[in-house]
Every structure is written in C-alpha cells, then in structure tokens.
Unconditional design. Sequence first.
Length: 367
Amino acid sequence: MVQVRGRDGESGLSKLTEAKAPLTFSTVPFETARLDFTATPVSLTAGSGAADAWRRFGTNALSQGRVVAAGGATVNDLPNGVTDSQTASGVELNLALKGDSYKVDIGSTPLGQDLSTLVGGVQWSPKLTDFLTLILTGERRAITDSLLSYVGAEDKTSGKRWGRVTKNGANALLSYDNGDAGFYAGAGAYSYLGENVASNNNLQATAGAYVRPFHSDDRELKVGMSLSWMDFSKNLSYFSYGQGGYFSPQNYASVSFPIEFSRKFDDLNVNIGGAAGYQTYSQDKSAYFPANASLQSELEALAARGSVKDAYYSGGSKNGIGYNLHAGADYKLNKDVTIGGQLGYDTFGDYNESSAQLYVRYLFGEK
C-alpha cells in the first residue's frame, strides 16, 4: 500500500506532506481472532520557514527581540533567518489482535526519530441487542496534524526538542443500526501530552442519524446528519517552543450532512461520498512559550519595551461552510489478489487536506 497526504499551510510550520507505505501481515492464530502486524515506512516534509514564519518557530521570537533591544534592528524589520528544512522519516510498527467484539493494539510512532513513543489502545464492543452496540475505547494516539505534533522538532537556538504530542484518554459510543436506519451518540475525554509542550485537556461529543433509502446486495445509498462538539482547555495551535502545532479550538461545533453510495459490479466495488456542513469555533489568546515561564517573562518584558510586537498569539473566532469528498474502488484480479485505491479532499476556510492511497491485497493459504 502507498498513502500520500498533503496539508496546505505555512512552509516550515503547518504545511505537511506525508508519504506512507504500510505492509501488513495478517493471520488467524485462534478460531475467532485475527492478528495483524504492520510495518509502515513514513516520510514527512514541512518545508522551511522564512521571515515572519521563522520568527514564530521555536525561540526565534526571543532571539529577534534581543537583537532589536540591542539596537541591531527595528521591531518592524522582517527577520532574514530561515529555519532548517523540516523533514523526518522512520518506520512505524503496530501489532493488533482483533475479535468479534474487541481489539487490542500496541505500536510506535516512527522509529528512527529521537522522540519515538509507544501508542496503542483497547476497544470493547459488546452487542446489547441485535441492533444496538456499545463501543468503549481507551487509547494513546499520536497527533498527526503537523510534523511538530507528530514527531517533534528541534529549536536550533537552545538545542532542545519539543512536540511529539499524544492524546491519552477514553470515549464511549452507543450505535444502533437495523439495516434501514441507524443513529449514534458518544462522548470522550482526553489529555494531550508532549515533550516540552504545555499539557492540554479535551472534551468531545458526537451524535448523528442516517437512513438508507435503498439498499440491496449490490448497491446502497446512505444519507444522514451529524453533530459534533469539542473544547480544549488551551489553544496550542502554534509552533513556537512549548506550543503543540495541533488544532485545539475552544467551543468547536459543527453540523454536517453526509451522503454515501456504494455499488458492486461482479469483481469491482466502487464507493463515492462526501459531506457539507457548517462549522464554528473560537480560539483563546495563547502565550508564545506556554511551557516555560522564564522565556515567556523575558518576551513579555521585551514586548513592554517595544522590542517585539507581541508576546501572545491573538485569539479570535471563525465560522463558515466546510465540505469533504472521497471516492474509491477495488477490483478482484483473481481469488488471491485485489487491487484498490481511494482519493479524498477536506476543506474549511484556510484548511485544505488532500489524500490518496493505492493498495494490493494478497491472501495466502485456504480461503
């Protein structure tokens, strides 16, 4: 399999190009359980940050303020520094055991990085009735919004690394599906932790309902409505030292209307879908160095003397229409080999993310 994901943003900061090539070996060690081992080479690129993007990376805002305070520049001068190209590569490992009503997995963020870490989770999905399922999940997962949040970065001035954020917590989801219609509702709580990154807490909730106007053995149409809400205790969306580089809004709410269509043609399966909806959220103002009081105090002192423009990122709010689209297909070449692919696009305001994947599935042994 080959997967490519591209996220628009500022070069050297929020921009991200990710390429993965997961290879999975799957076997059935027990009658009702499947064991999967996956090794995934990963390559990440975020580019280089120049001028004001350079200032907002690591402790560079403090470095610029010291130069201005010493008379070497004015506060309105654009820095002439450029960050090193932000790149990373390594191999992720994951081992998962799955049964009819459970899944347990353990793995790592890309090995080869200084800040590789263990991730994993436990999920239990007991059926309460023929159509009603309760899904309970406890997990620790990497935050892949940016290179900083995923594997971390190094501040050249201090030589220290920061980033590599994980979310740690649990959620519960109640799901009902009788074949013609369904609904779901759930909530979760997470703690976001990283290396030299301010800690953060998140609450989230989701609910939705859908119907299948028609469905048969070879085709299905599903339409519905989805509601979601989340709130972080801190806005750590930025890329200076101590920030997390991940989307962490306050009082985010959205309503969307997804639609999915799938069709089977002998050995060919195709699917297409998307969703459009309305989103709104706010972001609190945030310290440049939220995990280091001494650095933040020095920057605030420089701001008071007019040597830097500000010591805090300003808050604000956004709202508007967002949408996503996806399409995929797979084709069974013979009884052992299936090839397939998927394309996706997601956008809201300045945020745009595109994804593509191509895979080959080969089955060994008796079918």
